[in-house]
Design a protein around this ligand. Structure first.
Ligand SMILES: Cc1cc2nc3c(=O)[nH]c(=O)nc-3n(C[C@H](O)[C@H](O)[C@H](O)COP(=O)(O)OP(=O)(O)OC[C@H]3O[C@@H](n4cnc5c(N)ncnc54)[C@H](O)[C@@H]3O)c2cc1C
Length: 655
């Protein structure tokens, strides 16, 4: 196999961690001078579409990013800070993809916020955790690349861009029984972001998924969410919620949308603001339809824009970040055994994520990896009727672990630990169902639970429950037997299951599925409320007084895991394992380094941010520039890399 990698040189390039003003000036022909001027001159408007650009054979940049979620924007912002001229093409009318709907949590072990709080751990600790979790699928090269770069990526973004983080120092890994699991310090969330910083361009930001908001207001996880649950029980919570709601209504009046952005919406807003400020040219309604190639090298893409097709030529590389294949029925049918036609899998991911990136990558010789344990980040999803006749896909991430809820199949039996992570919950359901049976279960609770925590898209008191009963989303019965009949569940079995569960809940021990025994379970529970009621287990309370309620959940996901095979620089690999020159993948277009496992919260957004940062550094190396130059005849051995200098003067590239 010919060696097609670019030549390694040891000349440092401007670091993405250096302030813009301190960066070296470079010849405009490299593209870096242009970007540097753009960054210094402030935000740029997009160059005219079509027109001259089209007449002279398209437009030119250093990096073309396809997709504007975390995977794409991390690379775009980093590359712009490294002096590259960057264009981001987005298919949707707004920026942000699934990332804008997400919790915004990123698994980033050894991050600076943890270190500053005194949580120090050697790289071997998270590595060992991953090794235990992933078993034979553990890819040490990529895991080390990720863990090496994660702290540098965080330091770059928090010191050089608009993105700020809040710590996850009390957030445990998912599987507390696995050796080297952490009790906290391995994750971060995007800090709340003031949407006014985006100015009129806030209109380009995708709002949160409406069903997960209160009148369009996102609710941050953790303390803020607890205030909402306790709003009718505790004066301090009532006051906090009242202030948040009043401020949101004020924003609605003035700006016609909420401006206090939280979770994944804050992440995208901060990344988009950083991109605009660094001169990145983001184009919405511009899906990439085809890759341009010069021999084996990928040199750009054809975008379908509102003004017609435009060829964008990218000197250093094209990064595919289209968010995987959550809405590509053909690929779902091929890779998800529980979805024989693809339609049986109802992903909560953004609807524009129809597998374009994977298909584009394949046209250039890339391969979609199929060896993972699961091809998607599974989650139970309920189908929420909307006024226009469509259904929102609501992922059940929060209420399953609270005391007073159980999940049963149509046989009326529990099948797993309801407080376990969503991916595990779904694996438990898939394992419990006979082959060929539709993948569905019911989350069941009593009236007190429903009004305290809500159930899926049905919100707690004082929000009215009536509309969700009227549209059939929530099923109800005065007794468990009546509820069972409405849902098509075995009534005797459900009654017996609840009786047994209630006994276990009062003892605080789940003899069937050990609910409440891991740190993650307990975090998902509600220890103060359980204690008030005299329930010894933070995740277990009896289902006592009717009316009882149920919501049906089906197979879904937060996104997909199977993606284009890449190396530690995020370069897409051909079937022989060689990098395809000029082609990179990010976010869920990249095969997940977790190989279908789900060891902790944030394991898609964390790697999306880190590998985007790594890809940008790789593209910015002189070696990559040389290789991209038509006059260059130099080659690099596989595994060699360029040498962009990073935060602490070390190479950001893995070894
Ligand atoms: C409710 C919810 C909560 C979640 N919470 C978390 C969390 O806290 N932590 C975590 O790690 N993960 C979380 N996830 C999963 C996470 O959001 C996704 O895995 C992640 O956002 C994927 O990022 P991405 O950049 O690959 O794709 P996206 O953010 O989906 O962006 C892809 C973009 O590409 C665009 N696109 C598609 N095709 C084209 C094309 N041909 N041309 C141009 N653009 C195109 C899409 O329109 C989209 O905007 C959550 C998911 C959901 C649904």
């Amino acid at each position: 196999m010919p060696d097609r990698s670019p030549q390694h040189t040891d000349q440092p390039l401007a670091s993405a961690t250096q302030p813009t003003a301190a960066r070296e000036e470079v010849p405009a022909s490299s593209g870096r001078g242009t970007a540097l001027r753009q960054a210094q001159d402030g935000p740029q408007t997009a160059p005219p579409r079509g027109g001259d650009a089209q007449r002279c054979g398209g437009e030119h940049c250093d990096l073309l990013v396809i997709g504007s979620g975390a995977g794409g924007l991390s690379a775009a912002v980093t590359a712009a800070h490294l002096g590259l001229k960057v264009i981001v093409a987005e298919k949707d009318p707004q920026v942000g993809g699934t990332t804008a709907w997400s919790g915004g949590w990123m698994w980033l072990p050894r991050n600076p916020l943890a270190v500053e709080a005194g949580i120090h751990e050697p790289i071997e600790e998270p590595l060992a955790y991953l090794r235990h979790e992933l078993g034979e699928r553990f890819d040490e090269a990529r895991a080390r690349a990720f863990l090496d770069a994660a702290p540098q990526m965080v330091q770059f973004f928090r010191s050089q861009t608009a993105l700020r983080f809040i710590d996850g120092n009390a957030i445990p890994d998912f599987h507390g029984r696995t050796p080297h699991a952490s009790l906290g310090g391995r994750s971060l969330c995007a800090a709340p972001f003031d949407g006014r910083r985006l100015g009129p361009r806030i209109a380009e930001l995708k709002p949160p998924l409406p069903e997960t908001t209160l009148w369009g207001m996102g609710i941050a996880s953790g303390a803020e969410l607890r205030h909402f649950f306790n709003a009718l029980r505790k004066p301090a919570s009532f006051w906090t919620v009242t202030k948040l709601v009043l401020s949101h209504w004020k924003d609605l009046l003035i700006h016609r949308r909420g401006m206090r952005l939280v979770n994944g919406n804050a992440l995208v807003a901060a990344l988009a603001a950083s991109a605009f400020e660094a001169g990145v040219d983001i184009r919405t309604r511009s899906p990439a339809r085809k890759l341009l190639r010069d021999g084996e090298r990928v040199t750009g893409a054809v975008l379908t824009t509102p003004d017609g097709p435009v060829e964008v030529h990218a000197r250093r590389g094209v990064l595919l970040a289209c968010g995987g294949f959550p809405h590509d029925d053909a690929r779902k049918a091929a890779l998800l055994p529980h979805a024989p036609t693809g339609k049986e899998h109802h992903s909560a991911a953004s609807r524009g994520n129809t597998g374009d990136g994977l298909r584009l990558g394949e046209t250039a010789g890339g391969q979609v990896a199929t060896g993972g344990l699961q091809a998607a980040a599974l989650a139970p999803v309920s189908l929420v009727p909307r006024a226009d006749g469509s259904f929102a896909h609501f992922p059940h991430l929060i209420e399953r672990g609270k005391p007073g809820l159980i999940a049963v199949t149509r046989r009326g039996q529990r099948f797993t630990n309801e407080a376990d992570p969503y991916h595990d919950f779904m694996q438990g359901l898939l394992a419990a169902l006979p082959a060929g049976e539709p993948v569905q279960a019911w989350l069941v609770c009593d009236h007190a639970f429903m009004r305290h925590y809500g159930l899926g898209a049905a919100k707690p008191a004082p929000m009215p429950l009536g509309p969700m009963l009227a549209n059939g989303y929530v099923k109800t019965g005065r007794t468990l037997a009546e509820l069972a009949r409405v849902c098509g569940i075995d009534a005797d079995a459900l009654t017996q299951t609840v009786r047994r569960y209630n006994t276990m809940a009062l003892k605080g021990q789940d003899a069937d599925f050990t609910k409440g025994e891991t740190p993650y379970n307990r975090m998902q529970g509600d220890a103060p409320f359980a204690a008030e009621r005299g329930w010894p287990n933070a995740c277990m309370g009896p289902l006592e007084r009717g009316p009882f309620y149920a919501v049906r959940v089906v197979a879904g996901s937060l996104g997909t895991f199977a993606g284009l095979r890449t190396n530690a620089h995020a370069q897409v690999l051909d079937p022989q394992g060689q990098p395809i020159p000029g082609l990179y993948a990010g976010g869920n277009d990249m095969d997940s380094m977790m190989a279908g496992h789900y060891p902790s919260g944030g394991i898609t957004l964390g790697p999306a941010m880190v590998f985007g940062w790594l890809a940008a550094h790789h593209m910015a190396t002189p070696a990559t520039a040389d290789a991209a130059s038509p006059s260059s005849g130099r080659h690099q051995k596989p595994g060699e890399a360029g040498s962009a200098v990073s935060l602490d003067g070390t190479s950001p590239h893995p070894h």
